[in-house]
Design a protein around this ligand. Structure first.
Ligand code: 2PG
Length: 248
């Protein structure tokens, strides 16, 4: 018995386009982002993959991407579960900051440590920041002391894996084809776990926007073969563009 899991990073967001650190700030999709989501839906339809349940973060860009893609593939009706545990990595005090300006101010080593190191979180965001989520109603179920104010990839894994095990695996076990619409870094966290990628090697992995990544998993929920993008060429170009962010 194999289980099918489809991961999709949201299409280009308004802040991807502006080259700003985003994290938990709830920005919408650009027109290009909506087109990417539509293309994701077409790819799903062409592949014959038929998700039975959708998981999303609580961020609009992931929700909108999934809705567009499922609409195009004729499966907007499937059940949905949302969780903050699938949210983007909280980018702390960097949220709202320009990536190129941050690179220029702090230098390449610090910039890449904040973006891609495994366990070094950026400085915490202040509660008074306009980009803080401390008063955001959608997170009122998270105890105030546990609401992230910054996160490393390691901390994302710590909050995501319990959800993977308690919610997503049971749906896979029940034979459902699961689609997860989430974010660059929350998906890097899940891919690291699934593919057993080392803390060092994960720094080089980037997830492109809007291209479904398909896993076939065995009984221990590990891949039976390498995961594949439904459009591998576009995925390679998209991942390279993410890696180069801030440097243009
Ligand atoms: O800003 C962010 O939240 C993320 C994803 O867009 O950026 P990065 O790829 O730099 O981790």
């Amino acid at each position: 018995m194999t289980y099918t899991l489809i991961l999709v990073r949201h299409g280009q967001s308004e802040w991807n386009e502006k080259n700003l650190f985003t994290g938990w700030v709830d920005v919408g999709l650009t027109e290009l982002g909506r087109q990417e989501a539509k293309r994701a839906g077409e790819l799903l339809k062409e592949s014959g993959l038929a998700p039975n349940i959708l998981y999303t973060s609580r961020l609009t860009r992931a929700i909108e991407t999934a809705n567009i893609a499922l609409g195009v593939s004729g499966r907007l009706w499937i059940d949905v579960k949302r969780s903050w545990r699938l949210n983007e990595r909280h980018y702390g005090a960097l949220q709202g900051k320009d990536k190129a300006a941050t690179l220029a101010e702090f230098g390449e080593e610090q910039f890449m440590t904040w973006r891609r190191s495994f366990d070094v979180p950026p400085p915490e965001i202040d509660d008074s920041s306009e980009y803080s989520q401390v008063n955001d109603e959608r997170y009122s179920d998270i105890p105030k002391s546990e609401l992230p104010k910054t996160e490393s990839l390691k901390l994302v894994i710590d909050r995501l894996l319990p959800y993977w095990q308690a919610e997503i695996i049971p749906d896979l076990k029940a034979g459902k084809t699961v689609m997860v619409a989430a974010h660059g870094n929350s998906l890097r966290a899940l891919v690291k776990h699934l593919d057993g990628i080392s803390d060092e090697a994960i720094s080089k992995l980037n997830i492109p926007t809007g291209i479904p990544l398909v896993y076939e998993l065995d009984d221990s929920f590990k891949p039976v073969k390498p995961a594949y993008y439904l459009d591998p060429e576009a995925a390679a170009a998209g991942a390279a563009a993410v890696a180069a962010q801030g440097k243009k």
